[in-house]
Ligand binder design. Structure first.
Ligand code: KIV
Length: 272
């Protein structure tokens, strides 16, 4: 990545301003999950821009069938493991289920992710406008998450593509703009049709990172175990095994980064 994007902070840690500059210059942003110090070091060394300590750890680390059982203490623990070895990537941590039901509880839990875990940004699901405004007013950097919301799985009734019908697509556009207006620094779009994700990414000035949202987003995120082909169960359609064409985890991570930066991933096969 061009050193032009690096801020003058001594650690050369990327900030949301660097991500914004990437969007503005058309450079794709790369993001992967990591949950421990060893993987974080590998992901970071491969040049990935953002590491997400996702509540997907409830599934890929803990073996649950949903993200719902994950506790704030568990995300704090894994975030602390990740931030110990991460030198360049921006580390973002998920606020788990029911930890941001009110602005006050959100602020308390986000503060723990930042103070005890070392996260630079927190992510929360849904158009929680009041909560986002409150967090931003406290100086907390926030990433929104729209589309398929795993914490709402019992309401949604399954892991399905979102925004396929006109009303739902319109609501996603409105919610995305409201999240930006509330002060969020970034938005993740999960499992939405490519054309809709393109429209949202074009309408927003903040970076829009896709997962199953097509190639026109400003960046891409995958669960690291999915893209290494080591997750238990079926690989989601939007993911790709980058390890099967190479001989090491390091080169799989670098190939993912290059494929996102060059616009070679995702293809139509990984999109909806
Ligand atoms: O928890 C997670 O890993 C996520 C990504 C799938 C975006 O939220």
């Amino acid at each position: 990545m061009s050193p032009n994007y690096l801020n003058s902070n001594s650690l050369n840690v990327l900030t949301h301003l660097d991500l914004l500059a990437m969007k503005q210059s058309g450079e794709k942003i790369t993001c992967l999950t990591a949950y421990d110090a060893s993987f974080a070091a590998l992901v970071d060394a491969s040049g990935i821009d953002v590491i997400l300590v996702g509540d997907s750890l409830g599934m890929v680390i803990q073996g649950n069938s949903t993200t719902l059982p994950v506790k704030i203490e568990e995300i704090i623990y894994h975030t602390r493991c990740v931030t110990k070895t991460c030198q360049r990537a921006l580390v973002m941590a998920d606020l788990p289920f029911m930890t941001y039901a009110t602005p006050e509880s959100a602020a308390q839990n986000a503060a723990r992710l930042i103070q005890d875990g070392g996260a630079k940004m927190v992510k929360l699901e849904g158009a929680k406008i009041e909560v986002i405004e409150f967090l931003v007013a406290q100086g907390i950097s926030v990433c929104g998450h729209l589309g398929l919301l795993p914490q709402f799985i019992h309401q949604i009734g399954g892991y399905k593509v979102q925004g396929k019908i006109t009303e739902a697509a319109e609501k996603l556009c409105v919610d995305a703009l409201a999240i930006q207006k509330a002060g969020a620094a970034m938005l993740i779009l999960e499992c939405v049709p490519t054309d809709l994700a393109k429209k949202i990414a074009e309408n927003l000035t903040i970076p829009v990172i896709g997962i199953g949202a097509g190639k026109s987003c400003d960046g891409q995120v995958l669960v690291v175990y999915d893209m290494l082909g080591i997750s238990v169960g079926k690989r989601p359609r939007f993911s790709k095994n980058f390890l099967c064409d190479t001989d090491s985890i390091e080169s799989a991570l670098k190939n993912y980064s290059a494929a996102v930066k060059n616009g070679d991933f995702p293809t139509a096969k990984h999109s909806f």
